[in-house]
Ligand binder design. Structure first.
Ligand code: PLP
Length: 490
């Protein structure tokens, strides 16, 4: 009798368990010791090439075995990154996954569900529908609203722009060169890029000014729309922000929704992280109007504490997505969805997609919303705490008050008023704080001024971390000013 076939790629169960245990030990030890690690370690490209690239410049014909390969990763690769879940990572819009969410991702990849069409993964697909419905409920969108999870906010934004374009253009390609989109100077760059990819002429992406609190006002959009219509252009889409990346501003959503209704424009709201504020006590008021949007982007990999990659596009009428993306080749006839079933491939750009909903569901189902909500509230409060420390220190200045867990500020020594000097000083402070490895913060410009910026969404961050950061910023400001040969009168 012939031996049963065993592929050389197969691993026996005992060995699988040992391999999984090795990875499990690495990840848990990493997460448990985050506070004792630097917030970031990095390599220059030449160093990375020497250390990492040199390991396997061409794919090896013979492998070195799992343990040896993991050893290489441990020594040469894993240390060199910014530790996003680190308590002193306060840059950009961080992703701080819960542990159940991490394991949800492992389940999704371990089982390798194909979540593109209904019959191939009905269980995981029902989980995605469930999660999408949670989001819909949180935002107060109509019962029929739906959509899909995406790789991130940029992809979801692109899908929204394409759907809005399709809704306006249909088969009439002639109007395409005149389509015009409205957003603000504070909108995320994903919006302009989505417009470019969607074939909207770059000159027809209107980047409008905001009010003094970085919010896009409906009147500003109305004026721009009227001016463009008079020129024969075809306004079709307004992209408002609910939580800007720079300052946490929320646009005038209700008034913009009114305008979009009056003018028959698609309203898309970028609430990539801000949407999750809907779970907090102040959220519903702050976000009022979002429920009227034609489409909304929200990224669980931001403020819902799941790992990359997990964005989401919700549409008030999911048929608008299907109309833009549905295509049905012969070779997919076997997986046509039944009544009330959903092929997610019909709602976005991906056919083969993994079951990213599992990580969201497992995290929320394991922990419940209460601690997640509390950690979002805490993120908001920590930025307010950071602002209070800045206000207390005469050599620091608030540039944008705390909003949705973001605070912008700078070093401003008493008596120094030269804008270029202040910018240069703060650039050096930013570099020095980051070079310390203790913290990772990021910078931006607020009203044209170079600004330090903290985003306190990290549920591992303590008040003591914020105290330490402000001390470090103050010291760096003083030290760098001294080093620059300036007076230290402040
Ligand atoms: C407000 C906002 N919109 C969109 C994006 C883009 O999302 P992603 O990086 O997931 O593509 C970001 C990223 O930080 C963001 O802050």
């Amino acid at each position: 009798m012939s031996q049963p076939w065993i592929s050389p790629l197969e691993v026996d169960p005992e060995r699988m368990r040992a391999m999984a245990a090795r990875v499990s030990e690495l990840v848990t030890a990493h997460l448990a010791s985050l506070r004792d690690q630097p917030a970031r370690q990095t390599l220059s490209r030449p160093d990375a090439k020497r250390l990492v690239g040199s390991l396997a410049p061409t794919a090896p014909e013979q492998g070195i075995g799992f343990d040896a390969a993991i050893d290489e990763l441990v020594e040469r690769v894993l240390p060199y990154h910014a530790r996003e879940p680190h308590p002193r990572f306060l840059g950009y819009v961080p992703s701080i996954p819960t542990f159940p969410a991490v394991l949800g991702d492992w389940l999704a990849t371990g089982y390798n569900f194909f979540a593109g069409v209904w019959p191939i993964a009905s269980g995981p697909n029902e989980i995605e529908l469930t999660v999408l419905d949670w989001f819909r409920q949180w935002l107060g969108m109509p019962n029929e609203a739906g959509g899909l999870l995406t790789s991130g906010g940029s992809t979801a934004t692109l899908m929204a722009v394409v759907a809005a374009r399709h809704a306006r253009v249909g088969e009439d390609g002639g109007v395409l060169p005149r389509l015009t989109l409205y957003t603000s100077t504070q909108a995320h760059s994903a919006v302009a890029r989505a417009a470019w990819i969607a074939g909207i002429s770059r000159e027809h992406v209107r980047v409008l000014p905001t009010d003094d609190q970085w919010r896009l006002r409906a009147e500003t959009v109305a004026d721009a729309v009227a001016a463009d219509r008079a020129k024969g252009l075809v306004p079709f889409l307004v992209v408002a922000s609910a939580g800007t990346t720079n300052t946490g501003a929320v646009d005038d959503l209700s008034a913009i929704a009114d305008l979009c209704e009056r003018e028959s424009l698609w309203l898309h709201v970028d609430a990539a992280y801000g949407a999750f504020a809907a779970l907090t006590s102040g959220g519903p008021d702050l976000l009022r109007g979002i429920e009227r949007a034609h489409s909304v982007v929200l990224d669980p990999h931001k403020w819902l504490f799941v790992p990359f990659e997990c964005g989401c596009l919700l549409a008030r009428d999911p048929a608008t997505l299907k109309s833009a993306f549905h295509i049905f080749p012969e070779y997919l006839k076997d997986v046509a969805p039944g009544e009330a079933e959903v092929n997610f491939a019909d709602y976005g750009e991906q056919l083969t997609r993994y079951a990213r909903a599992l990580k969201v569901w497992l995290s929320v189902r394991t922990l419940g919303l209460a601690p997640i909500r509390a950690m979002i509230e805490r993120g908001i409060a920590l930025a307010e705490y950071a602002e209070s420390l800045v206000r207390r220190e005469p050599t620091l200045e608030v540039l944008a008050p705390a909003a949705l867990g973001i605070c912008c500020f700078r070093v401003h020594p008493v008596g120094v008023e030269d804008a270029a000097e202040l910018d240069a000083l703060n650039e050096r402070v930013n570099a020095a704080v980051n070079a310390s490895g203790r913290f990772l913060i990021s910078s931006t410009r607020v009203n044209g001024l170079f600004s330090l910026r903290v985003c306190t969404h990290n549920w591992r961050t303590s008040e003591a971390d914020i105290d330490e950061l402000m001390g470090l910023v103050g010291d760096a400001g003083r030290g760098l000013r001294d080093a620059g040969g300036q007076s230290t009168a402040y």
